[in-house]
Design a protein around this ligand. Structure first.
Ligand code: AMP
Ligand code: MG
Length: 886
């Protein structure tokens, strides 16, 4: 604390051009702070406020109302920055309702009152140096708003933020504007004088000012209050509302015992240990709405009498110099509350007003309710509740706290809240269009709230993989199948194929049909795991201390069958895998000997019994099950089967797939193209996809677009095929040969609610021996063809082969860009899925999402899946992905 600090601060204010009154007030505050003023109001110094006049009981004639309104100006406290909601500009520039900002609505409220009452009713903003330009730009849309001789705004003064440690003005060269702060809305009295607005208003015959916060849309200039004030010649009126349990914070009015005056006690003014009195809503049953009415002639008088210093109690606000940077230096901001002036005006009154006059938007929870259909703007642009119940309680998770996060998660507007009593959101789902909340709603762990969802009670994340738990009003169209319906039809008709015994080299990837037992022991006999000497362990006791010589009695190579045995003091040379001769019970490694081939061998280590001996049956005993039914044959299974003596294995058959493209324009790759021709890529792709899925496959030469040609080829193909896949010719075109040739002949052509791949054909051809051969008629566009294979054919082939799971695993990844999808169709987009540095999956859709982009298809490594009822996804949202080729 220092005189120097004050002198320094005052100098800065002068340099900035602050008027003498503002400086005097600052000095006054500074001295209070230096004197250790706490600004507390002890409970025993006050009486609760009783018998408050209710606005509803005020009776006013229209003439009185008009006369009073004709002498009134509307002043809005508009210095708020909305930093707590993550905004950087004026808070009142936020779109709050029906696409209008607070300021738009305020302007239109004033214009409507002017028209209704035929009064002048000036509107003036008290801006801070940060909100002025932006706010005036919005008001510029209303050319009739300015009143002759009056400005649309005046600036509240600025004061230096003080270092918390020594109360000197803080330096913050990184952003010098942050060295300054507005001195709270109590500054309005000084600023009205220094700006000349007070004089200008009085000159125009405006005697009263209605002052309220610009974020409180309920604070309209009510003519009844004005008239009541005029009638009773009141110098100052403060609006109060009945407190509910959720209004434990904020200030309240009380009567000061010492002089009987009304005073305002804010949260910051509660004496230590007296919080319970403050919170007691029966004791202090109203709160201060910060809507005040002032007789400007009285104000002028008071200001003159006190040399511009009303002497309001200070509020000491502690922050960091950069509020967004909590590591920046701590500062003290000296502020005062506008409503504290009530004690300065003798004869001031409180007025009990309905709760609707206090509807501030302090948080995005408030924003949701105000934006929702629970409120409408009436013809006077007043905010009117249309919901019948009490205002819904909203509690959104932290992801929605800042406006940016809020807007991103409600890209199509907020849910309907008319029938809602409370909405709690845990997690950070994006809300779709036309969501309705009914009753008490808890949304927990959902990734997304779907379009048209009706949230009724708790909606928990368990249901997230398919749909939200919300009911879905949309009906399926009769001629359209869902992806799941079509797949179910296909899979349920996949008759189990025969099993057959195949050579090991043809079994790779197939499912074993029956348990297989070993025909042998593994190892088949005791054998050595080392090159060395077979010995009796007892012969080498103590050899690590005193080397022992053993007589070499023979040699055993792998594949030999020794006819001798090994006794005490004897050794037989032995190779890895060779049978251990009778009598020997251990092997000493050649490294622990002198390695002699004949005569005797010097051994320098002892061995335990069984050392380096692989006993018979240790791995597999004869007759044991080595491979179970259902196992998939891989390289290691094949090793085991072979080791146990099996040359063949009984498996579920590998289906043979015949691929047949249709289209007169198709030319095989490698051949030159004539006019209008393209290379047939689907045949190769479908062959590869079928092969990769485990089937065997063959490509038939593409056929042109005539029924006869196609039917002839199919007739021939069906004899050798387990599955036929055609591509092309299934849509609505004139030459859609597959459809025209096969419709009604066991193949059904349907529309599936997916994108790409809407036209699909599926059915069965009859083989010569009465076999039913499944036929997939896939669309011709390469991407459609590929996606159709993935979604329908691959699971079907896996079912035929008994491979599980039939469908690929679905994972979730974070979208790196937003996207748009078709309503009512499940979209399978192409994407590159990668991992970020934390290992989380990211999904980046490829540029070309059209169904003819073969290069982008090849670039992709995954499909992302957008559900039928989702139309838009935003960057940062989770999306289902299917990793291909995994
Ligand atoms: P379609 O389904 O027969 O009307 O074919 C749709 C689109 O896919 C057309 O642009 C065809 O040229 C193309 N298309 C059809 N079959 C193939 C194929 N086998 N290879 C590459 N493109 C094809
Ligand atoms: Mg075609």
């Amino acid at each position: 604390m220092s005189r120097e600090g004050l002198a320094h601060a005052v100098e800065r204010m002068r340099d900035r051009g602050m008027g003498p009154e503002a400086i005097t007030v600052f000095e006054h505050y500074y001295t209070q702070l230096e004197d250790g003023a706490q600004g507390t109001i002890p409970e025993d110094s006050i009486e609760p406020l009783r018998d408050i006049q209710a606005l509803g009981e005020v009776e006013v004639s229209d003439d009185d109302a008009r006369r009073a309104l004709g002498q009134t100006a509307v002043i809005k406290l508009n210095g708020g920055l909305g930093t707590s909601m993550g905004m950087s500009g004026a808070k009142s520039a936020l779109e709050v309702k029906d696409g209008l900002t607070f300021l738009d609505i305020i302007a239109q409220q004033v214009l409507a009152l002017r028209e209704q009452w035929d009064v002048e009713l000036p509107l003036i903003l008290m801006n801070s140096f940060r909100t002025s330009a932006q706010s005036l730009e919005i008001l510029a849309k209303y050319p009739s708003l300015p009143v002759d001789g009056l400005p649309l705004d005046f600036l509240q003064s600025a004061e230096p933020k003080l270092r918390a440690d020594d109360l000197s003005p803080v330096d913050w060269p990184r952003d010098p504007e942050l060295e300054w702060c507005p001195p709270g809305h109590g500054d309005i009295y000084v600023s009205l004088v220094t700006s000349g607005v007070l004089e200008a208003l009085l000159e125009r015959g405006i005697r009263y000012a209605f002052i309220s916060n610009s974020d409180n849309l309920g604070a309209t200039c009510d003519p009844d209050v004005a008239a009541w004030m005029v009638e009773h010649e009141l110098p100052y009126v403060a609006e109060v509302c009945t407190r509910t349990k959720s209004d434990r914070k904020g200030g309240h009015l009380a009567v000061r015992k010492s002089d009987g005056r009304l005073i305002l006690r804010d949260t910051a003014m509660v004496a230590e240990g007296e919080e319970r009195f403050f919170a007691d809503i029966n004791r202090h049953h109203t709160f201060h709405a910060n809507n005040i009415w002032i007789d400007l002639t009285v104000l002028r008088e008071r200001m003159a009498a006190h040399e511009g210093v009303l002497g309001l109690p200070i509020i000491v606000n502690r922050k960091t110099v950069d509020p967004a940077d909590h590591t920046s230096p701590e500062v003290v901001q000296l502020e005062s509350a506008m409503g504290a002036a009530i004690e300065v005006f003798e004869g001031s009154e409180a007025l009990l007003v309905p709760r609707t006059r206090f509807r501030p938007v302090k948080t995005t929870n408030d924003l949701l309710v105000v934006r929702s259909d629970y409120f409408v703007l009436d013809e006077g642009h007043r905010l009117v509740a249309v919901g019948e119940g009490p205002e819904p309680f909203v509690d959104l998770d932290s992801a929605y706290r800042l406006v940016d996060g809020f807007e991103k998660r409600f890209p199509h507007g907020v849910p309907s809240m008319v029938e809602c009593t409370s909405l709690r959101v845990i997690g950070d789902p994006v809300f779709g269009r036309n969501v309705r909340c009914i009753g008490d709603v808890l949304v927990d762990g959902l990734r997304r709230v779907h379009d048209n969802a009706v949230l009724d009670g708790s909606v928990l994340g368990a249901a997230v993989t398919g749909r939200s738990g919300a009911t879905e009003p949309r009906r399926e169209r009769a001629d359209i199948r869902t992806v799941d319906q079509h797949l179910r039809t296909i899979l349920s008709s996949m008759e189990p194929g025969a099993t057959e015994s195949v050579p090991l080299t043809e079994a790779l990837g197939l499912v074993v049909a029956r348990d297989i037992r070993s025909r042998v022991n593994l190892p088949a006999f005791d054998n050595s795991s080392m090159d060395g000497y077979a010995v009796q362990a007892a012969s080498l006791e103590g050899a690590e201390d005193v080397p022992v010589r053993l007589r070499i009695v023979g040699e055993v190579a792998a594949g030999a069958s020794p006819s001798f045995s090994v006794g005490p003091g004897e050794a037989a040379r032995i190779m890895t895998g060779a049978p251990v001769p009778p009598g020997a019970d251990a092997v000493i490694a050649v490294e622990d000997t002198d390695g002699a081939a004949t005569g005797s061998v010097e051994c320098r280590a002892s061995v335990t019994r069984g050392r380096y001996v692989r006993p018979q049956g240790e791995d597999v005993s004869e007759g044991a099950v080595i491979v179970a039914a259902g196992d998939v044959v891989g390289p290691r299974t094949i090793a085991l089967l072979a080791a146990c003596g099996h040359a063949t294995v009984e498996v579920h058959r590998r289906p043979h797939v015949v691929v047949l493209s249709t289209g007169a324009e198709l030319v095989p790759p490698g051949e030159p193209l004539g006019p209008g021709q393209i290379h047939d890529s689907n045949s190769s792709m479908l062959w590869a996809a079928a092969t990769a899925a485990g089937a065997s496959a063959e490509i038939r030469a593409a056929v042109g677009d005539t029924d006869a040609e196609l039917l002839a080829v199919l007739d021939e193909v069906v004899a050798g095929a387990d599955v036929v896949i055609t591509s092309g010719g299934v849509s609505m075109g004139a030459y859609d040969v597959v459809k025209s040739a096969l419709a009604g002949k066991g193949v059904e052509f349907v529309k599936v609610a997916m994108q790409p791949g809407k036209p699909q054909g599926f059915g069965h051809l009859s083989g010569p021996d009465g076999r039913r051969v499944p036929l997939f008629a896939l669309p011709g566009n390469p991407v459609s063809s590929f996606v159709s294979f993935e979604v329908f054919v691959r699971p079907a082939l896996r079912r035929l082969m008994r491979l599980t799971p039939e469908r690929r695993r679905v994972r979730t990844a974070t979208l790196t860009s937003g996207l748009h999808s078709f309503e009512g169709r499940r979209q399978y987009g192409r994407a590159v899925v990668s991992r970020n540095s934390e290992g989380a999956l990211l999904c980046t859709p490829v540029a070309g999402q059209g169904s003819h982009f073969v290069a982008d298809l090849s670039r992709a490594n995954a499909l992302f899946v957008v559900p039928e009822d989702v139309v838009d996804l935003v960057a940062g949202e989770l999306v289902d992905v299917i990793i291909l080729d995994a």
